[in-house]
Design a protein around this ligand. Structure first.
Ligand code: DHB
Ligand code: FE
Length: 251
């Protein structure tokens, strides 16, 4: 059997060596780089740094290896114990909250409806925070599980999310800034779609024309996940059909 670990690690090292050579990196810069990585570890931001640069690549590999709808980042704010909801996610009610209707169908690769699929939906508050993680927002706010009907359909009301800033006060924010980038993700809605016999789909929806759609700090935007500004009776609607690929035989 081939040694997959050896093969992957050797190629990672080879890739890094190539970049160092290409840019004539000096010993001084090399030491600074090690110092930076140490600071990132001490600040507890190593997972954030790796996710910001590489998670989207892992999603692209998924997309290459499975059919069905495009998958993208899960991010750090999925909670598997989110409750089932009927009609609407729990949200705060105030003037800033613009209503949003999410609906669509879950289908197999042949276009047949998948009934009883479970869709986790989660997204930020209208001020860019996540329930259960920030500002004491209850963990069942702005998230919930939906179950598709016999026609594979789902529908839920919620509020429009806004752009989200990944933690920017530590080494990762400093690096992005020094690179001339920023720490913002465009406004997005997260989905995780699960059904027996199918490969789980983790994806997001983005808003056409939204700030940072063209410069996501985590590079998780795919053009087919960007939604036009559709309104029904003045209410914003994101209609998304999810196509599920079959699960791997051994999965
Ligand atoms: C991060 C946050 C998100 O909301 C997301 O969708 C992806 C990544 C983050 O903080 O890394
Ligand atoms: Fe997110």
């Amino acid at each position: 059997m081939s040694n997959r670990l050896e093969a992957v690690v050797a190629d990672i090292v080879e890739g890094i060596r190539g970049a160092l050579m290409k840019h004539d990196v000096t010993f001084d810069e090399y030491r600074q780089g090690i110092g930076y990585i140490m600071k990132t570890v001490e600040a507890g931001e190593l997972p954030l740094m790796i996710d910001a640069f590489l998670n989207t690549t892992i999603c692209q590999i998924e997309n290459r290896n499975f059919g069905g709808s495009t998958s993208t980042l899960e991010g750090p704010y999925f909670l598997d114990d989110a409750p089932f909801v009927e009609g609407a996610l729990k949200t705060y009610e105030d003037d800033r909250h613009e209503p949003l209707l999410l609906r669509g169908r879950v289908l197999d690769l042949a276009g047949a409806p998948v009934a009883d699929a479970i869709i986790d939906v989660w997204h930020s508050t209208p001020d860019g925070h996540y329930g259960g993680f920030h500002n004491n927002i209850p963990r069942d706010f702005y998230r919930g599980k939906l179950r598709t009907d016999a026609a594979g359909g789902y529908e839920v009301r919620t509020t429009v999310p806004v752009a989200y800033k990944i933690p920017d006060q530590g080494p990762v924010g400093a690096l992005l800034e020094a690179m001339g980038r920023h720490s913002w993700r465009p406004a997005h809605v997260h989905y995780k779609v699960r059904a027996p016999g199918f490969h789980t789909l983790t994806t997001q929806a983005y808003f056409e024309g939204g700030e940072y759609v063209d410069s996501d700090c985590c590079e998780g935007v795919h053009s087919e996940l960007i939604h036009a500004d559709v309104r029904e009776s003045g209410i914003k609607v994101i209609e998304t059909d999810f196509e599920l690929a079959p699960a791997l035989a051994h999965a």
